[in-house]
Design a protein around this ligand. Structure first.
Ligand SMILES: Nc1ncnc2c1ncn2[C@@H]1O[C@H](COP(=O)(O)OP(=O)(O)OP(=O)(O)O)[C@@H](O)[C@H]1O
Length: 216
């Protein structure tokens, strides 16, 4: 599977409906930006999609989900934890295999931080930590990328580099973005969320930033 067709997506907190019911069909090759104001329901929708797509996806959650006590290498390696045996993962914890080191180093290099390979993740800056979560998703190399605000802590040039890399490496993606210009530049479909519903669903080519700002 490299696209998905989900129906009946709903989420409630404390008896209050915050998402749906809504449907979302994403075809292979689509790069979807989820946009909408803070609290509209983007992260909740992303979690619902991930629950259904799960092993077919590479996830970059908003809270990053890193293990601070472990070095960068091991956090990135976790992207493929479910593909290895317990034996392989235990050996890797103590003495990683060369092929895995090389692969992880190569991904970190593309993200401009190969020198951090063995650094404790806790010692990194916010933007560096965000890139470790992105590296983990790249290392997982699943058919679909699900990323929740993956460039929120990055400076301008690094944000563009990361968006280019994600576009190259994942045929199909759903990325929640606050930056409307980045959404238009790097995604070919814009889905706007308002009060837990799809309020806009258009090809990027047909939209200008001002059209999207009506959601805010
Ligand atoms: N664990 C939770 N418990 C209670 N309410 C929650 C919880 N998670 C989200 N919500 C509520 O659901 C709504 C949607 O939140 P969500 O995080 O999905 O929005 P968002 O569009 O991702 O916002 P942001 O852009 O600020 O990340 C908000 O009103 C939020 O308060």
């Amino acid at each position: 599977m490299s696209g998905f067709d989900l129906t009946g997506l709903t989420a409630s907190f404390g008896g209050e409906r915050v998402i749906g019911p809504l449907s979302l069909r994403v075809q292979q090759g689509e790069k979807v930006a989820l946009v909408g104001k803070s609290g509209a329901g983007k992260s909740t929708l992303m979690r619902l999609i991930h629950e259904r797509v799960d092993r077919e996806s590479s996830l970059v959650p908003q809270d990053l989900g890193l293990v601070n006590a472990l070095p960068v290498f091991h956090n990135v390696f976790m992207g493929q934890l479910d593909k290895h045996s317990a034996w392989y993962s235990t050996v890797t914890l103590i003495r990683p295999f060369f092929r895995d080191r090389d692969k992880v180093r190569e991904i970190l290099q593309a993200l401009g931080m190969s020198e951090k390979l063995w650094m404790p993740t806790a010692s990194l800056s916010g933007g560096q930590r965000q890139r470790v979560a992105i590296a983990r998703a790249l290392y997982r190399n699943a058919p679909v990328l699900l990323a929740d605000e993956p460039i929120s802590a990055l400076d301008g040039p690094m944000a563009h580099l990361v968006m280019q890399l994600l576009r190259q490496r994942f045929a199909t993606s759903v990325i929640a973005l606050h930056d409307v210009e980045m959404a238009l530049k790097y995604c070919n479909r814009i889905v706007g969320i308002q009060d837990g519903q799809v309020a806009l669903d258009e090809a990027s080519d047909h939209l200008k930033a001002a059209d999207i700002m009506s959601l805010y």
